[in-house]
Design a protein around this ligand. Structure first.
Ligand SMILES: C[S@@+](CC[C@H](N)C(=O)[O-])C[C@H]1O[C@@H](n2cnc3c(N)ncnc32)[C@H](O)[C@@H]1O
Length: 193
């Protein structure tokens, strides 16, 4: 079983992720699905992504999936979360799998911190708060390197909550792919020209 305090160091990260996922499913934390996590991890792998920005960490399940591949590329992840409790839990999880040294955790409201980030990223992942997808897209789009990838999760089931985002993409003529990665919901993948 996953140690509640997370005060452990684990060798087998995939097993740790399975237990982390099971624990949070039981506690209704909306992490990415295992199928989606696999897809995201493979995408990072084949693109050789190096500098990844994640808008919303929660317990760090998706972050660890990214970090497994990002570590091989010798680079880093910046991940934003405004709940101090979630930030602390994610930190313990990152330490448990020895990946904390490549993960820059920012305990902030993403709406406030995103305008202050000056770096460019080659992979941006956004999940949750469908009504704000347009805002988060606008706040991050200029931070994405040309030729690189932005993924937004859960984009069909709650499409009615994000009409303004779809309209905005059409308005500024951004081409996007809708991908049915798992049976629960789809993702949008945008490759920046
Ligand atoms: C769906 S969870 C993230 C799941 C995570 N990416 C994963 O798949 O493992 C959404 C998280 O966003 C955080 N959150 C919501 N609005 C936020 C904001 N404006 N700034 C920072 N964090 C926010 C919530 O506290 C919650 O932990």
């Amino acid at each position: 079983m996953l140690n509640e305090s997370n005060n452990i160091k684990v060798e087998n990260i995939d097993q740790f992720l399975k237990e982390l996922k099971a624990y949070w499913v039981a506690n209704e934390i909306p992490n990415v699905s295992e199928v989606n996590a696999r897809f995201l991890r493979d995408l990072v792998k084949i693109k050789w992504a190096k500098n990844l920005l994640e808008v919303w960490t929660a317990n760090g399940y998706s972050t660890i999936n990214f970090a497994i591949e990002i570590e091989k590329n010798n680079w880093k992840i910046t991940t934003i979360e405004f709940s101090p409790d979630s930030v602390a839990k994610a930190k313990a999880n990152f330490e448990a799998v020895w990946l904390d040294y490549i993960i820059d955790q920012r305990c902030w409201n993403a709406l406030d911190i995103l305008p202050t980030l000056t770096e460019k990223y080659d992979f941006i992942f956004i999940k949750k708060k469908k009504k704000r997808y347009k805002d988060f897209f606008i706040l991050t789009w200029d931070k994405l390197e040309s030729g690189w990838v932005m993924i937004l999760d859960d984009v069909i089931k709650f499409k009615h909550k994000m009409e303004s985002f779809y309209e905005y993409l059409d308005e500024i003529k951004i081409t996007y792919n809708l991908l049915p990665i798992d049976s629960d919901d789809w993702v949008i993948m945008i490759i920046k020209d």
